[in-house]
Design a protein around this ligand. Structure first.
Ligand SMILES: C[S@@+](CC[C@H](N)C(=O)[O-])C[C@H]1O[C@@H](n2cnc3c(N)ncnc32)[C@H](O)[C@@H]1O
Length: 256
């Protein structure tokens, strides 16, 4: 963690925030309902064509900062895991790519999000998608069972990224890949922002620098780490622009 906050306190705050967003079906990257949202809506991140095949409700609750299914080069027949699947939009898009011989698993710790995602999947009759309630720090998945891990604006929310990356490495098959979108810090946050639970839940205070992100991935065993800024401004708050960007991040588990 980047400040003195207790991990469990952070997690409970984050869970409560996303539960209330799921109940309200409100798009915005975790910002308080009164805070203007910026950069974390489906608008602009997904093409109209991509959104054609998914329920409007799934697109409306998009809380991401990128479009990981567009960068993950997902192939037919693959097993895809989405960390922090929210309302299920990326899972439904991945499901179209893997087809009936593939499988998509959405993992989320917030029961209200799981319920919403299941209802969105049912609307399009997606049979190759399932949603599991659980934490990315302790993934309910077998070792070496996944081809590609995607995630959209979620890893920054974890109080312990080292464990998340170790778990990601464990569940990937040899040669498997991680292809995620996440918020990355460009410079140190003002102390008041870094200590704010609101800003943690808003995908800001928990974000790592690019160097920290890369080092933690490599420490978990990942190779060929590539990080590319996509220039999205910080979600939620104008005065914080310039402190963080959204990045597309790729890394591989050796072997295969
Ligand atoms: C910013 S939203 C992104 C949702 C989705 N990826 C999207 O693009 O719309 C973060 C999601 O991650 C979930 N989440 C946060 N921390 C988590 C954790 N430690 N383990 C599993 N899910 C988590 C939240 O419940 C929430 O649904």
């Amino acid at each position: 963690m980047t400040d003195a906050r207790d991990s469990q306190e952070v997690k409970e705050f984050v869970r409560a925030r996303y539960a209330s967003l799921a109940r309200a079906k409100a798009p915005c990257c975790g910002a308080a309902p009164s805070t203007p949202s910026a950069g974390c809506e489906a608008n602009g991140l997904y093409s109209e064509k991509e959104l054609e095949g998914v329920p409007q409700e799934a697109a409306a609750i998009s809380l991401g900062c990128g479009n990981p299914t567009a960068i993950a080069e997902i192939k037919e027949g693959e097993v895809v895991l989405d960390l922090g699947s929210g309302g299920g939009l990326d899972c439904l898009l991945a499901a179209q790519r893997v087809g009936s011989s593939g499988q998509v698993i959405g993992l989320d710790m917030t029961p209200e999000m799981i319920e919403l995602a299941r209802s969105n999947a049912a609307k399009v009759g997606a049979e190759n998608v399932e949603f599991r309630q659980g934490e990315m720090e302790d993934m309910p998945l077998d070792d070496a069972s996944v081809d590609v891990i995607i995630s959209n604006c979620v890893i920054n929310l974890s109080p312990d990224k080292d464990i998340v990356f170790r778990e990601a490495f464990r569940v990937l098959k040899p040669g498997g890949r991680l292809s995620v979108s996440d918020i990355v810090l460009l410079r140190e946050l003002p102390p008041k922002v870094a200590r704010s639970l609101e800003q943690w839940a808003g995908c800001v205070a928990g974000a790592l620098s690019e160097a920290e992100y890369r080092a933690k991935l490599e420490a978990a065993g990942f190779v060929d780490v590539a990080m590319r800024g996509v220039g999205l401004s910080l979600p939620g708050s104008e005065p914080l622009n310039g402190f963080a960007v959204s990045m597309d991040i790729k890394a591989y588990k050796p072997g295969g």
